[in-house]
Design a protein around this ligand. Structure first.
Ligand code: B12
Ligand code: SF4
Length: 508
């Protein structure tokens, strides 16, 4: 373990941040890659606090284990930070094993949901020493300041760590109050051009073709969500996750900066919930119209954001550059929506889709299929709503994620027995990894395919049977291995979808 007394000032601490590629098959030459926003805020706070650091971004510059070993032989680090979502546990764990082998005395920190949603498991089962829970900027700087002055980490809010072999859950750190107090990161710390250019390589056959025609990038406009849908990790992980917004002026200034400096003309608002009502959206919409920046954007809202009478506001949204709104139906069954604690009405979904169609803003929606109470009838109800509304949904199956109410239910009911094994196995929501319903996998998949085919045919979409669930094609058919060709051949069977080897076909 790092010898605290050996470090007596900021410049002496050698810090490495690692961004693992969350989807190793998504590389910058094949698909749009997502800028590691959370890590960028943390690294930027460290930069502002006066520390030096090195970043390895495996999404832009992948490294084999051997290359990483060679790098860590040449360079030594005292602190290594890594962040990812829970689904990347299977990627993060082996990286940390290698880091520990090469840097036996380094202090290893994990952040984001891979570490924070099950912090005790994370520090027990991986080589990490500390899990940073919640927003990481202030916590990591305080932790480094402790190291820089040779003190221990006891009492640093927002961490879970070992003290004399015992796990200590330090007090939680309160979330940012005012988002404008949180500066935007120095984007140039990462290879931002690689991220922007990757949009032109995106191979989605359906909705996201516009990424290819623009220079897209991400911007975080809000934090938090006050809802508590039981499948979402907002439902348990956060006791308190209030919705906080940047002011319109600060946002437009940053958008203009990104446009002028990097040529970005399409902004993906990277939020759980960008706005709840037109009244909340209006200041930004007005400032964007006024600034006339010639940019487009997409945002995340909920069903019920627009209602009858909001048609004029929808026109304003369009005028401000709004190209696409995503809002999730999740299920077309009122019964399942209630169980999900979703707090939306199907009639409102239909109304919102109608209004957006009228003004020419693209709608997208996703589904969470396979709740314990799901039946063939409720699945059909869901696809019927999509069919009626002319919307091709992004299909996802219920993946109980640590930190959610449904995860605890899955443990309680014995659907998950070994947590680490489960953690190692979870991938994307497009895979029916775990079936908690009383209907068979075959019944689920048959109903899903039948529903999707009907909508595809009605909307005359150019989607093959193989692309019904996975619309982003990562490999050309000639580049596939024999095993992959075999899977592709019957990619419409339930078994093939479950096999998970279909990672060459995936979607966002
Ligand atoms: C962008 C995004 C994506 C992108 C990129 C994901 C990625 N792996 O980087 C894409 C589209 C690929 C994606 C996919 C998925 N996503 Co997503 N996504 C988001 C989104 C909209 C924004 C994330 C973000 O940048 N937030 C802003 C930053 C500032 O916050 P942050 O990331 O939490 O970072 C803070 C802390 O976590 C911490 N931190 C972060 N990194 C680090 C690193 C270190 C070293 C430290 C110390 C601290 C630290 O400090 C940061 C600053 O305060 C969030 C919703 C949201 N607004 O958070 C959902 C969200 C993260 N996604 C979610 C889910 C469920 C998924 C999928 C599983 C869905 C699916 N298709 O199956 C996949 C998983 C893909 C994968 N294998 O990683 C959930 C996560 C739930 C969970 N328990 O992990 C979220 C929270 C949405 C939700 N409310 O349910 N997603
Ligand atoms: S699913 Fe969406 S609305 Fe529900 S709690 Fe999560 S972020 Fe909020």
């Amino acid at each position: 373990m790092i010898e605290l007394s050996n470090i007596d000032n900021k410049k002496k601490i050698r810090i490495l941040f690692i961004h693992p590629n969350p989807r190793p098959e998504w590389t910058k030459d094949k698909s749009f890659i997502w800028f590691p926003m959370g890590l960028a805020y943390v690294v930027d706070a460290v930069r502002r606090a006066g520390y030096d650091f090195h970043i390895l971004d495996f999404q832009v510059n992948p490294m084999s284990d051997e290359e990483l070993k060679v790098f860590l032989t040449k360079e030594s680090f005292d602190v290594v930070g890594i962040g990812a979502l829970s689904n990347s546990y299977y990627i993060v764990k082996p990286i940390l094993e290698l880091v520990r082998e090469m840097l036996p005395n380094a202090l290893i920190l994990g952040g984001n949901s891979v570490a924070a949603s099950k912090p005790e498991l994370f520090i027990t089962k991986t080589e990490a020493d500390v899990a940073v829970v919640g927003e990481g900027e202030k916590t990591v700087v305080e932790l480094l300041d402790r190291l820089a002055s040779g003190r221990d980490l006891c009492g640093v809010n927002g961490i879970v760590h070992f003290v004399n072999g015992k796990i200590i859950n330090e007090e939680k750190r309160p979330p940012w109050k005012n988002l404008d107090d949180r500066p935007f990161p120095d984007w140039g710390m990462f290879d931002i051009n690689a991220y922007v250019e990757s949009g032109s390589k995106h191979k989605n056959v359906r909705l996201f073709t516009y990424l290819r025609e623009h220079k897209p990038f991400l911007i975080n406009t809000s934090l938090g969500c006050p809802f508590r849908c039981t499948f979402c990790y907002n439902s348990l992980y956060y006791e308190n996750n209030p919705l906080r917004f940047h002011s319109a002026e600060v946002l437009v200034k940053e958008i203009k900066y990104l446009r002028d400096k990097y040529g970005i003309n399409f902004f993906i608002f990277l939020d759980e919930l960008t706005w709840t009502t037109p009244r909340i959206a209006e200041p930004l919409v007005d400032v964007l119209i006024e600034a006339d920046l010639n940019i487009k954007y997409e945002a995340s809202v909920r069903v019920g954001f627009l209602n009858k009478g909001d048609e004029d506001f929808a026109k304003k949204l369009k005028k401000s550059g709004c190209h696409h709104l995503s809002y999730s139906l999740e299920s077309g069954s009122e019964k399942i929506l209630k169980i999900m604690n979703k707090k939306i009405k199907i009639s409102r979904f239909k109304e919102q889709k109608r209004i957006l169609d009228e003004v020419g803003i693209i709608s997208s929606t996703s589904l969470v299929l396979g709740y314990p109470e799901e039946t063939v009838a409720t699945l059909k109800e869901t696809f019927d709503v999509c069919y009626e509304c002319n919307i091709y949904p992004s299909v996802g199956f219920l993946v109980p994620l640590p930190g959610s109410i449904i995860y605890e239910q899955a443990i309680k009911n014995g659907w998950i027995t070994n947590e680490e094994e489960y953690f190692l196995g979870i991938k994307d929501r497009q895979f029916l990894d775990i079936n908690m319903s009383e209907i068979s996998n075959k019944e689920i998949m048959d109903t899903v395919f039948e529903g999707l085919k009907k909508i595809r045919d009605k909307l005359k979409l150019n989607i093959t049977d193989k692309q019904l669930i996975f619309q982003t094609i990562i490999k050309k058919e000639n580049d596939l291995t024999n095993e992959e060709v075999g899977i592709l051949k019957d990619a419409t069977s339930a078994d093939a979808i479950e096999s998970k080897s279909g990672s060459f076909l995936t979607t966002g």
